[in-house]
Unconditional design. Structure first.
Length: 253
């Protein structure tokens, strides 16, 4: 078997080309830097609307009481907290994140809210999940897939750990659909956002990378095709806020 192009050669880190083996470390540095300001980061990037997107995302997931859920790039635990209510006392939410700083923030915030029972925290790489086949009823990843080096590998792993009938859900910044809005969105992303990052978090570079990473992420139809290529059936997506974000879904049959 030939070596994956993501393990040798170059890939993108924002608009920069970097050695593919270095991207994980570079992304890790970004999220270690912004971990304590993660909610602020999302507020600045989305003008606060990310909270509505996340609630809609969780409310429309295919999940029922007693289910076991894997939330990848679990971040500060927003999605996990929303899904905990839906899986009930007999269900379980596993938060997976490659970044120890983000995972620690998520655990602390959920614990401070009194959310302890039914949660598990695992530091893991989405490209090589440390779980057996068919372990979960639902796998989610919100605002994390665009930072994965080998997205195809991550989607295949999501498929592998799902049980038959299970659903994968991806919430991610995507491609704006209205031509008139694109220059406004670009101005906010590349002129306003880094300055806000500098002002509020003393970190313009990380916010510049995050804006660039959105533009390098596969647009809606391309990501839908990637889900199908990974093995998922009934793949579809729904744009929110004019395509600023999209929810992609696929099923294991």
């Amino acid at each position: 078997m030939s070596e994956s192009p993501y393990k040798s050669g170059t890939t993108h880190f924002g608009f920069r080309d970097v050695d593919a083996r270095d991207k994980q470390k570079l992304v890790g540095q970004v999220f270690t830097s912004v971990a304590r300001n993660y909610d602020l980061m999302n507020d600045l990037m989305s003008l606060g609307i990310h909270r509505v997107w996340k609630r809609y995302f969780a409310a429309t997931c295919q999940v029922k009481p007693g289910d076991r859920v894997l939330d990848l790039a679990g971040g500060t635990g927003d999605i996990a907290a929303l899904l905990r209510e839906r899986v009930g006392e007999d269900g379980e939410i596993v938060l997976g994140d490659i970044n120890a700083g983000m995972l620690s923030v998520g655990r602390d915030r959920l614990t401070n809210r009194g959310l302890v029972s039914g949660f598990e925290y695992v530091q893991c790489n989405a490209e090589a999940l440390p779980f057996p086949d068919a372990s979960f009823d639902l796998v989610t990843i919100a605002f994390g897939l665009r930072n994965v080096t080998d997205k195809d590998a991550a989607l295949r792993e999501m498929y592998r750990v799902l049980r038959v009938g299970g659903q994968a859900r991806v919430l991610e910044f995507s491609e704006v659909t209205a031509d008139w809005f694109k220059p406004i969105y670009d101005f906010h992303s590349f002129q306003v956002l880094p300055r806000l990052g500098k002002l509020f978090a003393n970190d313009a570079d990380s916010y510049q990378y995050l804006a660039e990473s959105i533009r390098k992420h596969p647009p809606q139809d391309e990501l839908k095709a990637m889900l199908a290529e990974a093995g998922f059936a009934r793949c579809h997506y729904k744009n929110l806020s004019g395509g600023i974000v999209a929810i992609h879904s696929g099923y294991k049959v």
